[in-house]
Design a protein around this ligand. Structure first.
Ligand code: F6P
Length: 359
């Protein structure tokens, strides 16, 4: 019987289980066994697997995260050696051999740009791969949107709306920090949907005086409160992003965090209005998928399976201009950023009086 593998890697998000369910049920219908690789590339190298059956996955699509586990640290071609954990070597072939020993001849990999770059390397090393893009950051050119983005926007928007009612009661300035790494999609969509007064994005450096003036004018109006939504990697003009920690053994070493605390302190001093900060953090990644994410995940899982059944490998599947598309694995890892001049949400928000910290 033909065997394939499936793996989720990188930061988790909602919708991953819908991909797994779709792949396993479609495989079963076609007489294919699916081996799940556990905990991302850690399980790939350390040969930790589980066989997935239709029965096991039939109800997982409404569960957040991934039943297979994930990790956003390991990289198969830069992995600690068995002899010395401080020495990093290419162990891709070892991972491939483990799956081949089980009779697996191909693998569907669901992940962000780092994960899919590793999938490209695995494919080049001889194990057929198909990639499916996911990330709450929506920063992959391979798909617009990526799996997990819609759910994260919903979660962040709901949280900001909750923050607004307490801000209103206390006549406060609230600075809400969102995830997204160097790309501002999540911040922009959640900030816009929750009618934030100020939205600070990594793509637009902000001027603190401009932000403080906007905050003052909002607080002096009948609004009673001011909502500032700031992306974790937003930068004050001429300054660096605020980094929380460096994860040495991670592909993306920087972990952002702390910008909202600094900003709230500065705004309180500069405006005289009481300010608080809220970091939304992993709340944005957790929880059940939105209907849109569930459908997107199933569509991409289904498309990946249709390529696999035609023995078409070495591709990433995504959504482009609303249609399913397949494309080659990119050779470079460039995050997709907002086009701040042309993005229609930014244009509309500016016309509605939202401040982006630059004018
Ligand atoms: O890439 C997804 C993401 O949630 C980013 O938005 C965030 O910067 C990062 O992962 C957080 O990583 P970790 O889970 O390691 O804290």
């Amino acid at each position: 019987m033909k065997k394939i593998a499936i793996m989720t890697a990188g930061g988790d998000c909602a919708g991953l289980n819908s991909v797994i369910k779709t792949v396993v049920l479609s495989a079963e219908k076609n007489g294919i066994t699916v081996v799940g690789v556990l905990d991302g590339y850690k399980g790939f190298i350390e040969k930790k697997y589980t066989v997935l059956t239709g029965k096991m996955v039939e109800n997982i699509d409404s569960i957040g995260g991934t039943i297979l586990g994930s990790s956003n640290k390991e990289c198969p071609f830069h992995y600690p050696s068995k002899e010395d954990k401080n020495v990093y070597i290419d162990r891709t072939d070892e991972g491939i051999e483990g799956l081949r020993a089980l009779g697996v001849d191909s693998m569907i990999v669901i992940g962000g740009d780092g994960t899919l770059d590793s999938a490209r390397v695995i494919h080049e090393h001889g194990l057929n791969c198909i990639g499916i893009p996911k990330t709450i950051d929506n920063d992959m050119s391979a798909s617009d949107p990526t799996i997990g983005f819609d759910t994260a926007v919903e979660a962040a928007t709901e949280c900001i709306e909750r923050v607004r009612t307490t801000a209103y009661s206390h006549r406060r300035v609230m600075v809400v920090e969102t995830m997204g790494r160097t790309s501002g999609y999540l911040t922009l969509y959640a900030g816009f949907a929750s009618s934030a007064d100020v939205i600070l994005l990594p793509e637009i450096e902000y001027n603190l005086d401009i932000v403080a003036n906007k905050v003052k004018s909002v607080m002096e109006s009948e609004k009673r409160c001011c909502i500032v939504v700031v992306s974790e990697a937003a930068k004050e003009k001429g300054k660096a992003e605020v980094i929380k920690k460096i994860v040495e053994d991670s592909f993306e070493q920087k972990r952002y965090g702390g910008v909202s605390e600094r900003l709230a302190e500065s705004l309180e001093k500069m405006t005289g209005y009481e300010a608080r900060n809220v970091v939304l953090g992993h709340i944005q990644r957790g929880g059940a998928p939105s209907v849109s994410d569930s459908i997107l995940a199933s569509r991409l899982g289904g498309f990946a399976m249709s390529l696999l059944l035609k023995n078409e490998f070495g591709k990433i599947v995504g959504i482009k201009n609303g249609n399913l598309e397949k494309m080659d694995f990119p050779k470079d890892r460039v995050p997709r950023l907002l086009n701040v001049k042309e993005n229609d949400i930014i244009v509309t928000a500016r016309n509605m009086g939202v401040c982006f910290g630059d004018m």
